[in-house]
Ligand binder design. Structure first.
Ligand code: NAD
Length: 438
C-alpha cells in the first residue's frame, strides 16, 4: 500500500499517488510469489484440500464504472476487486489506478496481502482492487467521479466488517476520503473504519505515513542484532527515495547507521562518509528529484544494488534483484522495502552467498500494521498519540521477526520461505478450526 501526495509532472499533468514509472517492470513478480507459496505449502505438508482452497481467491468482482468526462462525453472504465481470503477477518488491501492492471495481477496482489497480514498476525484477510485508467490524463474531478462510482458499485462488498480498502499505486489520502464519504452517504452515517490511509483529520492514524519505512528500520535492527552486526556505522544503500525509502533512510541514520547511497528514478548518489538524508530530502522538496543533489557522487542507478555496503534496502520497484546481478551483491542483509524486489530465480543465489534477506511480506508490513491500528482506533472512537502507535508497531514487528526467524532455524530454510510457511499455516489453521461450510 502507498500513501502519497499529489505530484505534478514536468509536463504539467497532475499525477496522484506514487510515480507511474514504477510500472516499467517487465517480469511478473506475482508468478514468483505463487511459486514461493507452492514451495512453502509443500514444506508444510499442507493437505491437498486446503492447498486447493488457499490457491484460489474467494471472490473476484468485475464492475463497470461509467462516468461523464469533463468534455461531456461518457466513458466506461473497468474496476476490479478481489477478496483472496477472509478466514482470519475482513479483507484488507489497496486500490490502484493503472492502465495496465489485469485481473490476474489483482488476484495475486490480493493473495500477497493475505500472507502479509498473517505474517504480522493481524486479524485481516487479503484483498486488492483496481480501476483500469490512466490517472495522468484524468482531471481531479474525473478521478473523483471514478472513485465514487467504483465505490457505489462495490457498496455491498466494502465495509468495516467485510472489506477495507487503502491507498495503493496512484491513489492517496484524498481518494480514501472520497470512498469514505460515498460509503457514508449510502449508509446514512459517517463510517470512518471503511477505509484506512485517510487524512488524520477524518480518522486517519498518526504515524501511518512513516509506518512502512519505520518497519524497515525495525526489522533491519532485529536482523543486525541477530547477526551480531553493530548498528553504528553499518553501511546502508537505499534504492528508491519515496515514502518507504526516504523514511527508512532517515530512521536508520537516526539509529547510527551510515546511509552510503540513495537513489530515485532520476539519479543515484554515493557518499562513503554518509549521505546527509535530511539535506537530500530538502533537495527533493525543492527540486522534486535527487538529480543534481550535491551531497555525494553520482553513479549509474543499477550500480547501487551491487555497491560495497552492509545493508541493501530495495524500496522502489519490483524485480530489481535478478539472477543477473545477484552474484555481484555485496550486502550481507537485504531489507525488502518494495513489494517483490527479488525474483524467485535470485533467491537461491543469495542463499548460496549467505545473504540474510528480510522478505517483503515481513519487511514492509509496517504499513498494513498501522492501517490495522487506524481501523481499531476508528472503531473504538479513541485515538492514540504517535509514540503509542510507534511503540505498538515496534512490538508487533519485533515479535513477527522473531517468529519468522525461529521457524527458519527450526526448518533450516531462508527467511522468505519461513515467512510464507508461517503465514500459510496461520491461514490454514483458521480454515481447519472453522471447518468447511456446505
Ligand atoms: P513512492 O512512489 O513514494 O516512491 C518510489 C521511489 O522509487 C521514488 O523515489 C521513485 O523515484 C523511485 N524509483 C522508481 N523507479 C526507480 C528505479 N528504477 N530506481 C531507483 N528508484 C526508483 O512509493 P512508495 O510508497 O515508497 O513505495 C515503494 C515500494 O514499496 C513499492 O514497491 C510499494 O508497493 C512498496 N510498499 C509501499 C508501502 C507504503 O506504505 N507506501 C507499503 C508496502 C509496500
Amino acid at each position: 500500500m502507498s500513501d502519497s501526495t499529489t505530484k505534478v509532472r514536468p509536463s504539467g499533468q497532475t499525477v496522484i499517488g506514487p510515480d507511474k514509472d514504477r510500472f516499467l517492470s517487465h517480469d511478473n513478480p506475482f508468478e514468483d510469489m505463487m511459486a514461493r507459496f507452492d514451495h512453502a505449502a509443500e514444506l508444510l505438508g499442507l493437505d491437498s484440500g486446503l492447498y486447493k482452497v488457499l490457491r484460489m481467491p474467494e471472490k473476484q468482482i468485475i464492475v463497470s464504472v461509467p462516468i461523464q468526462l469533463d468534455n461531456g462525453e461518457v466513458e466506461v472504465f473497468t474496476g476490479y476487486r478481489v477478496l483472496y481470503n477472509t478466514s482470519r477477518g475482513p479483507a484488507k488491501g489497496g486500490i490502484r489506478f493503472d492502465l495496465k492492471v489485469t485481473l490476474d495481477e489483482v488476484k495475486a496482489l490480493a493473495a500477497w496481502m493475505t500472507w502479509k497480514c498473517a505474517v504480522v498476525n493481524i486479524p485481516f484477510g487479503g484483498a486488492k482492487g483496481a480501476v483500469v485508467c490512466d490517472p495522468t490524463v484524468l482531471s481531479l474531478s474525473e478521478l473523483e467521479r471514478i472513485t465514487r462510482r467504483y465505490t457505489a458499485a462495490l457498496i455491498d462488498t466494502f465495509g468495516p466488517e467485510s472489506d477495507i480498502p487503502a491507498p495503493d499505486v496512484n491513489t492517496n489520502e484524498r481518494v480514501m476520503a472520497w470512498i469514505m464519504d460515498t460509503y457514508s452517504m449510502h449508509t446514512r452515517h459517517a463510517v470512518t473504519a471503511v477505509v484506512t490511509g485517510k487524512p488524520v483529520e477524518m480518522g486517519g492514524s498518526l504515524g501511518r505515513r512513516e509506518a512502512t519505512g519505520r518497519g524497515c528500520m525495525i526489522v533491519t535492527r532485529e536482523a543486525l542484532n541477530h547477526l551480531k552486526m553493530p548498528l553504528k556505522g553499518t553501511r546502508v544503500a537505499v534504492q528508491g527515495f519515496g515514502n518507504v525509502g526516504s523514511v527508512a533512510a532517515e530512521l536508520m541514520a537516526q539509529e547510527g547507521m551510515s546511509i552510503v547511497a540513495v537513489s530515485d528514478n532520476s539519479s543515484a548518489i554515493v557518499n562513503t562518509k554518509g549521505v546527509n538524508v535530511e539535506a537530500a530530502l530538502a533537495w527533493i522538496k525543492e527540486h522534486r528529484y535527487l538529480k543534481g543533489f550535491p551531497g555525494g557522487e553520482e553513479i549509474p542507478g543499477n550500480d547501487l544494488l551491487t555497491l560495497d555496503c552492509d545493508v541493501l534496502v530495495p524500496a522502489a520497484v519490483e524485480n530489481v534483484i535478478t539472477p543477473h546481478n545477484a552474484p555481484s551483491i555485496k550486502a550481507k542483509v537485504i531489507c525488502e522495502g518494495a513489494n517483490g524486489p527479488t525474483t524467485a530465480g535470485a533467491d537461491s543465489i543469495l542463499d548460496d552467498k549467505g545473504v540474510f534477506v528480510i522478505p517483503d511480506i515481513l519487511a514492509n508490513a509496517g504499513g498494513v500494521t498501522v492501517s490495522y491500528f487506524e481501523w481499531v482506533q476508528d472503531r473504538g472512537g479513541y485515538f492514540w498519540d504517535e509514540p503509542t502507535v510507534n511503540e505498538r508497531l515496534g512490538r508487533i514487528l519485533r515479535t513477527s521477526f522473531q517468529d519468522v526467524l525461529s521457524l527458519s532455524q527450526r526448518h533450516a530454510v531462508n527467511m522468505r520461505t519461513a515467512a510464507y510457511m508461517l503465514s500459510i499455516e496461520r491461514v490454514a489453521a483458521v480454515h481447519r478450526l472453522r471447518g468447511m461450510y456446505a
